[in-house]
Design a protein. Sequence first.
Length: 251
Amino acid sequence: MSRYKLTLQYDGSNYAGWQIQKNESKTLQGTLIETVNKVLLPHHGKFKDLQGAGRTDAGVHAYGQVAHLDCETTLSPAQLQEALNQQLPPSLHVLALERAPDRFHARHWADSRQYVYRISLRRNPFERKFVCWIKEDLDTAKMAQALQDLKGFHDFASFSRKPRQEKSTEVLMEQVTLTHSEDLLLIRLRASHFLWNMVRNIVGVTVEIGKGQLPEDTFARALQQYNPDLKQYRMPASGLFLEAIHYKDRP
């Protein structure tokens, strides 16, 4: 039995998220496992397991999701990658596939995760599935300054949809940036891990600060004292992308 590391890109618009669900909804993990089995069958291969590094929610996309696959096959990594991409729907693509150490784990070995949220400042019919359009004028300088309060190790309970169900709401936020390119705002967050809907809640609060509807110290106060009201500003899934999974070298 061999273990492989897969780097995946997908349009999550028509999926119920990454993880397989009991209600038999179409998921990315389920679609990939089904395709792996189709590819292995003619080659007398055997599927064992497939696990992702991040459990993206319904409608969330990925530039660089990572998963590990355990299977037996006579196909080389290049052949397996090509065969999977021939069978997968256009919304899901294997960007890279390589042999990995037997102990490699896509989620447990991850050092940090990086998400980017895309905000369009104009109505764009071509990007509607991959951005959130904000009609109002935004003070991007205030937004960028407010986001800096998130950096460091904090309790992010105010930004979790279900804080009581989290193992821990303490997160190390390593990097926070806001960049502005023509009609597009990109809010990029890199952290040790993320809580349920954390990025979408953070971006929603950032937008309200940019509109002048929330004070600039909203993040600083929410990190000191739990504020459940901030979850009302959650942004749509359409603009959210899992951008990268970062790993440290392991023996």
